[in-house]
Design a protein around this ligand. Structure first.
Ligand code: PEP
Ligand code: MN
Length: 341
């Protein structure tokens, strides 16, 4: 909140405002300019601002009061300063003192490929299964996913391994269908600003993994979360998956500074996708370690029985053996951070 004083305001009057703010537990930061003095009021909760504004504007020596509100409210840190833990399928926590590992193929290709991968990641200690049944593709001629048949394979893999499933939903008309098969809805990078889709998943109570748009600023990403939460669904987990920059050596530029920054701004858990983030399997383990060291609440990792044969994203997919190695290295970092995994 910024209080702009009239030119004629005396030092006593400036003090009167400062005292009023301080008595209420807020900070007053007067800035003495040549033409006028302004007072920055820090720490005033959004809901107190209109009331205080009215009181201050009633004073003859106050020219105007400007309210500065965080554009997001439900996603803002102040809404739940202790942080949010999102619970998936009544058995997996994302947030708090736990590092959650979601792993599986980029795409559900066959029953065998998905079941084999689910078993392998479960054995290596993963907590959730990932896999796309609806695939966003740059080209309309490339594979678009198995659709409902893919959802059924994922559900079968869950029944066998006990791993809750996270999978992408692209079309608002499919939200109900995907909810029937999956435990968590993934909003892909290309749909982060598909507001109709965000509103639709906001009507459900299914946990949502909201990927950052590849061109989205952090405030835009949090506003997308706000859309979902405004509908009453507060089970939102943010996912940093890399953004587009001038660099072409990696598929995207994985913005790990987003992890601690979002944690300052928001109470929502944050996970990292180093697979889409780098596009190269050989970089995935190092960036996974770094993500957890930066405070990420989890990782989402692409794993394939034969990456060289994968229909999609083989170059960034780990073999079972490489995934086991990743788990061992990330667990050491998690433990060093005082977290369990
Ligand atoms: C994926 O997880 O396979 C995927 C398509 O992710 P993104 O939306 O981040 O590109
Ligand atoms: Mn992928």
């Amino acid at each position: 909140m910024i209080i702009v004083l009239d030119k004629s305001a005396t030092p006593e009057q400036i003090q009167q405002i400062a005292s009023k703010l301080e008595e209420s537990g807020y900070q007053a930061h007067p800035i003495y300019g040549v033409a006028k003095t302004v007072i920055g009021a820090v720490g005033v909760p959004d809901e107190e601002k209109p009331g205080l504004m009215e009181q201050f504007e009633a004073l003859p020596f106050v020219e105007k009061v400007i309210i500065v509100m965080a554009p997001y409210k439900l996603a803002a840190k102040a809404y739940r300063p202790e942080g949010t833990v999102v619970r998936v399928a009544d058995r997996v926590n994302i947030g708090g003192n736990h590092v959650c590992i979601m792993a599986g193929p980029c795409t559900v290709e066959t029953r065998e490929q998905t079941l084999a991968t689910a078993r392998a990641v479960k054995e290596a200690g993963a907590h959730m299964l990932r896999g796309g049944a609806y695939k966003p593709s740059t080209s309309p001629y490339s594979f678009q996913g198995l659709g409902v048949d893919g959802l059924k394979i994922l559900a079968e893999a869950r029944a066998e391994t006990g791993l809750p499933v996270v999978t992408e939903v692209m079309d608002p008309r499919n939200v109900e269908l995907v909810c029937r098969y999956a435990d968590m809805l993934q909003i892909g990078t290309r749909n982060m600003q598909n507001y109709d889709l965000l509103r639709e998943v906001g009507k459900t109570r299914h946990p949502v993994l909201l990927k950052r748009g590849m061109w989205a600023r952090i405030d835009e990403w949090l506003m997308a979360a706000e859309y979902i939460m405004k509908g009453g669904n507060e089970n939102v987990v943010l996912c940093e998956r890399g953004i587009r920059t001038f660099e072409t050596a990696t598929r995207n530029t994985l913005d790990l500074s987003a992890v601690p920054l979002v944690k300052q701004e928001s109470h929502l858990p944050v996970v990292v996708d180093p697979s889409q983030g780098t596009g190269k399997w050989s970089l995935v383990t190092a960036m996974s370690r770094a993500a957890v060291a930066a405070g990420a609440d989890g990782l989402i990792i692409e794993v394939h029985p034969h990456p060289e044969q994968a229909w999609k994203d083989g170059a960034q997919s780990l073999t079972f053996e490489n995934f086991r190695q990743l788990m061992a290295e990330v667990r050491a970092i998690a433990n060093a951070m005082g977290k369990e995994m």
